[in-house]
Design a protein around this ligand. Structure first.
Ligand code: SAH
Length: 346
């Protein structure tokens, strides 16, 4: 029966205030409970010490708090922490704390499994089971913020939506979670420290531009040639590069915000001069950064990281075209916490 009760965190502050009024109580009680739920991270109605016992019981009778449970925690020898996050219905997603010299980044999941079918990504093999609710996304961030304070002696500084799932296929909930993360009544983080990474859903990229979102956009491109991209990211057939490019042009015209492209160079797939030339053509319309990501092998050996000379060629050609390039080394590989390795193995 307990699961039939509504998750109290699905209510807005106003709805919570109205609920208390409908119970013959004062509306401000809603504010108090809201604060407990969001800024104070209460897991239980009994945590709400300035709320009377009767009111807590009344809440208990009507609602549940579907808080996530951080189940197992693995710590890598480079300081990366991988969390297996158990949801109220028993499903599990993963989230990762990535420490660097001056920052701590949380890599969070947006779906259980994934809607997409990228051949090189372990998560795609799980298929999409369901979208995460806003509070389930928010809770992952709070859990990592706490771990950052514990292990790094500082709060979380950055968030990337690069865990399991395609955030733009769960756009409404991702936006609600980000609203809460940036709200002063939530975590009060700056949206400029949040990056949403997408394989590219053109319609939603345009919607993000119209919504005037303030977070950053990263696009997992991996190839700027349709034929190649479709062979490794089959959904590219449905959302071809021309549509993606048009959406990105729209995004840039509205936001004037630089676009980051994530890109792995694989041996025999996208390691030739024509591949980097296509990449330059694709992204030079706006200020861009290409993040060359190291490939994290997933078991079947179909994909192999290209050798250094291919990487050097990419860097040279991109820089010659005034495109910023960074090379991102993987973190947490020993515990399968790196990009594309999240597949609930542990
Ligand atoms: N669905 C979103 C976010 C999750 S994936 C997206 O596609 O952007 C986060 C990043 O990891 C993406 O850039 C993805 O292409 C990359 N990635 C996936 N599998 C990988 C692997 N095995 N090695 C390195 N990067 C990988």
């Amino acid at each position: 029966m307990a699961n039939k009760k509504k998750d109290v965190r699905a209510l807005t502050k106003d709805q919570l205030r109205n609920f208390f009024e409908s119970q013959g109580d004062k509306a401000f009680r809603g504010n108090q409970v809201y604060e407990w739920l969001w800024s104070k991270g209460a897991h239980d109605f009994d945590d709400m010490t300035n709320v009377s016992k009767e009111t807590r019981q009344m809440l208990e009778d009507n609602f549940v708090i579907n808080h996530i449970k951080v189940d197992t925690m693995q710590r890598s020898n480079d300081g990366t922490v991988k969390n297996a996050v158990q949801l109220h219905d028993g499903l599990v997603v993963e989230s990762v704390l990535i420490p660097a010299k001056n920052r701590t980044t949380a890599c969070v999941s947006s779906q259980v499994g994934c809607s997409l079918d990228c051949l090189f990504c372990a998560t795609s093999r799980l298929k999409r089971m369901r979208n995460l609710n806003p509070d389930e996304i928010y809770d992952q961030v709070v859990a990592i913020d706490n771990q950052s304070r514990l292990y790094q002696d500082r709060p979380l500084s950055n968030i990337v939506f690069m865990g399991m799932g395609e955030p733009l296929m769960n756009y409404n909930n991702v936006i609600k979670a980000i609203d809460k993360i940036t709200d002063v009544e939530g975590l009060g983080m700056s949206p400029r420290r949040i990056t949403v990474s997408t394989s590219g859903v053109p319609k939603i990229i345009k919607k993000m531009a119209d919504d005037e979102v303030k977070f950053k956009l990263a696009v997992s491109l991996h190839s700027a040639i349709d034929e190649v991209r479709t062979s490794i990211m089959p959904f590219n057939e449905t959302f071809p590069l021309a549509d993606l490019r048009a959406a990105l042009e729209y995004w840039y015209s509205k936001t004037k915000s630089r676009i980051t492209y994530e890109y792995v160079i694989w041996k025999g797939i996208n390691d030739k001069r024509k591949d980097v030339d296509a990449l330059v053509q694709f992204c030079k319309f706006a200020p861009s950064k290409v993040n060359l990501i190291e490939y994290n092998p997933i078991d079947d050996g179909q994909f192999q990281q290209a050798p250094d000379d291919a990487i050097n060629m990419y860097v040279k050609v991109l820089e010659a075209n005034n495109i910023t390039v960074t090379i991102r080394r993987s973190r947490g590989k020993d515990i399968d916490a790196a990009c594309g390795q999240l597949a609930n193995k542990s």
